[in-house]
Write a protein that binds this ligand. Sequence first.
Ligand code: PLP
Length: 265
Amino acid sequence: MFPVGLTIAGSDNSAGAGVQADLKTMSALGVYGVTAITCVVAEVPGKVSAIQAIEPRIVAEQIRLLFEAFPIGALKTGMLYSCEIIETVCDTLRGCREPMPQPPPIVVDPVMVATSGDPLLQRDAIALYRERLFPMATLITPNLDEVRTLLDREVTSVAEMRTAGQELVATYGRAFLIKGGHLRLNPAIDLLCAPDGGVQEFSAPFVPGVSTHGTGCTYAAAITAGLAKGLSLSEAASEAKQYLATTVAHFLRWPREDGRTTDAL
Ligand code: PLP
């Protein structure tokens, strides 16, 4: 049976991040992607100009219908934006997923701020992530800005990433993938910290000068695709890191009128 992956995320009309990135990634990895859209974002790499949240009732209905009609093998959450949407997603998933004999794993990409600096999550929604969404997750995939928000301190080295990951695992009891790209080290290092205390390191060449717009979404979607195909978390994360490295190595670039460039994976 062809595996199915669900993404609950925002729409990026420039298609580098959000549900568009998730669908492209799942397709490339042999998984049929389905979507529940949480908000529509008018953006291009480096610039967010407007956000329209989708009514929570419609978000819930998209998820409910998909669970009724498809054998969802794994799912991910991306940009959830508001407290209302986070509450709705958690309530709906509880209703649809928990009665299943084998509830599909959940990858939570705790999207908070775009690389451009634009907020993609209301400030008071972070508490709900901690209280409601993290306890349902199989894996949580923060970058170092998100780790700083979660732990209220800077992480500036791989050694500190390891301590931060172990602290997050101890607090929430879930697996964490701490993504180290923001350290700008070559190679770029990520740490998969498991609830049993194990830490696995993934590395890939750091390609300077490439816009990283959508790398977080692509990474989490690739892990979700692996889980939907029945891989273990460790296998799925390792294959996802390789897939991400390939997309970064083959990025696309278009010249612009203002002399700058637009890059995409
Ligand atoms: N837009 C949407 C809809 C997203 O879901 C995300 C990240 O998850 C972004 C933008 C941010 O992309 P980046 O920070 O890679 O520019």
